[in-house]
Design a protein around this ligand. Sequence first.
Ligand code: ADP
Ligand code: MG
Length: 841
Amino acid sequence: MASPFDQLRKILKHEARDGYRNRIVIGGMGRFADHWYRQARAVLKDQDPALLLHLETIYADLRRYEEADVEERRRLVEQIEARIQEALGPERATPRPAVPPPPAGETPSLPPPAAPSERPPGPEEVPRPSRGPARPKARAASPVPPKLAAKVEALGLEAPVHGIYGLGRERAQRLERLGVRTIRDLLYLFPRRYVDFRALKPIHRLRVGEEVTVIGEVMEIGSKQTGNGLTVIKALLTDGSGVIECTWFNQPYLLDRIQRGQFIVVSGRVDEFLGRPVFRSPEWEPADRELLHTARIVPIYPLTEGLTQRLMRTILKRVVDYWADRVEDPIPAWIREAYGFPDLPTALKQVHFPEDWGPLEQARRRLAFDEVFYLQIGLLELRRRWRSVPGRALSFDEAALERAIAALPFSLTNAQRRALAQILDDLRSGVPMNRLLQGEVGSGKTVVAALAAYAVFLAGAQSALMAPTEILAEQHYRNLIALAERWAAADLPTPTIRRLTSGVTGVERAQIYGELAEGTCHLVVGTHALIQEEVTFRDLAFVIIDEQQRFGVLQRAALRGKGYNPHVLVMTATPIPRTLALTLYGDLDLSVLDEMPPGRQPVLTRWLMPDERERAYAFIRRQVEQGHQAYIVCPLVEGSDKIEAKAAVEEYERLQREVFPDLKLGLLHGRMKPEEKEAVMRAFAQGELHILVATPVVEVGVDVPNATVILIEGADRFGLAQLHQFRGRVGRGPYPSYCLLLAESPSEAAIARLRAIETIYDGFQLAQKDLELRGPGDFLGTRQSGFPELRLADLTDLRLLEIAREAAEHLAERDPALQAPEHRRLAEQVARFWQGPAEPS
Ligand code: ADP
Ligand code: MG
């Protein structure tokens, strides 16, 4: 079983994303806490007692969750996350660093850090190299003790961080939980946000709630104990215009740091106590130094237990001051100049300690550019590699192909004609095709692929069509046979088409193997089984992969390298906004079917109120009485597919028993065996079932034109793209079709989605909207495997992606393999970027 911590993390992640509204687990977090705790105890009972201790504290936090307000919930979630990281230790918890550490063995480890006596004593802060008056422009001091300087210098950015003043091994280990091992990692540990403390105000003009900075003299400072054993430090500060009280909790050492008569700078949000403005736990620092925590745009870093903002800022200031200027900019100057990007040292300095919002924005844009630029260079390199091997230049009887098109029962849409022309150009070209054919469900991709395969057949070679499931393969097979019959009837050369699925066994299978090896079978349809070793082709020139929407770049490359070097066409029904297509499928050429065959009726979509459920059932019943079929999609259940399956079983039983006792219902969930799933889908496709009840995890990729209504429970939990996919299950025949949405208590964001799906019928428009509403991570569902992480780049920023693509293309023209000496750093960075270790799943 997955670690209970992982499960909890997942839920908390969703909870955070949902705005801490306690809606993610059914029954609320309190009940979940008990349940989770019992399970976790059972799983962890033989483990290290320390782990059990963590379990207890996490449970205590979870119990408090329901009563807490949103702010407090956010804090609890952060606290629990920190505890989990603590519990799991650095090995497991280290988030995937965008910049991987150098391979083991190449990193000579530094000797232990300086002896304790040389190390800074403060528990909280790192002493600065120079005390006394502010010297902001002084030359940056090395952030490592002199003893280590030579070594660190030699390792450069790859030096481990524990050599840095104030860090030591223990804190370095804590940093590792943030993915930081080297100085480079630190430079790339960007602030989560910033607070603008530049507004300086006299004390008598402070207003409650504003974020400001005050400079004043400490009139008094003292401490007292509270009832529960906390130390409170209280200081009175005056600037001549007024007096303000500042309090800090549980930082007794402040008594040694802040002296009466000292001038300090204090930044924070003005609070109120007994009608007077006060500062509670403000940032502060002596007024006679370069200001880091106050009176500027102050960075807020991601933290982990045992690291404070103050420490992080102090460390980063030293590292940035010293190292940023020593980082070589891998991006050639002509690219930077062309797009007006700052150089890398400037960008790094500004992203950590911005002078103003403008330079910060430029810095972030530059650093985001780096990510997508490396990404595009890698994609172009992949593309270059597969194009560098020779492909088959096919020539075929164009007139025969035109006649085959004319023999179709319909005329092609313009989009289909355009896509087909692009594909045929590839087939003729002598360069291996690697193309994505994108088009909504029902846009007619199959017929385009079939015509391309027909051209390949005319050229005397073979094609293979791969579908993700047996039932889809069957469906394609039947459609292709129907086409072949029309071609035969029109006196055209007719290909021999075979189906290779698990159902095909024994003599029949052996015979198909034989035909493929001899070349007498021209087009074979099947599942992944097709590319297995025992299958050999005489002359396979064209591979079509259907519905492969969740396929990583690297897997595709692996697939292509399976030994054949055929033309490859990947088909997907997921409408992918252009920005994502550029990113995820950036190594592919793109053809889009953006036009539906005429006569399609949009699926009438209605969002119903919960008390209209009975009406929805009555509506389904009427459709069934008219001879049609229906889908009912169960709610998404967070946690595990086991719980989800259980909920679906219960729903199925309830519907069968109480709502539709006289109808035939089928059930489909993720816990069923593939054969069971196939059997149910087949029964539904053949009209043996009236209603198919399914969990959302199951992609019902089957074409049942007789199904006219889909009811989606818990519709508020789904993204637009997914709702649209569900909706695409109906309206596939000539009958008017309907999509009914039920949502118990949708959030505002969910209401926006439900309204959008009611009114927008265009998949691309919905996909774009979805991407904007939810961000790329959610949009894609599962993380793309083998795909590098982007920290700053925003995948909805089409302009930036296009710039990166364009720059990468220019670069590829000049120096495709990045062999020029001036591109050495760049080549290193690209390799580093693409090597990011896989995220533990
Ligand atoms: P997709 O695979 O893109 O979801 P299909 O290729 O399965 O779509 O096509 C859906 C249906 O539309 C099929 O029954 C197909 O025969 C039909 N079809 C395809 N192209 C056209 C067209 N140009 N005009 C009318 N019907 C078409
Ligand atoms: Mg299809």
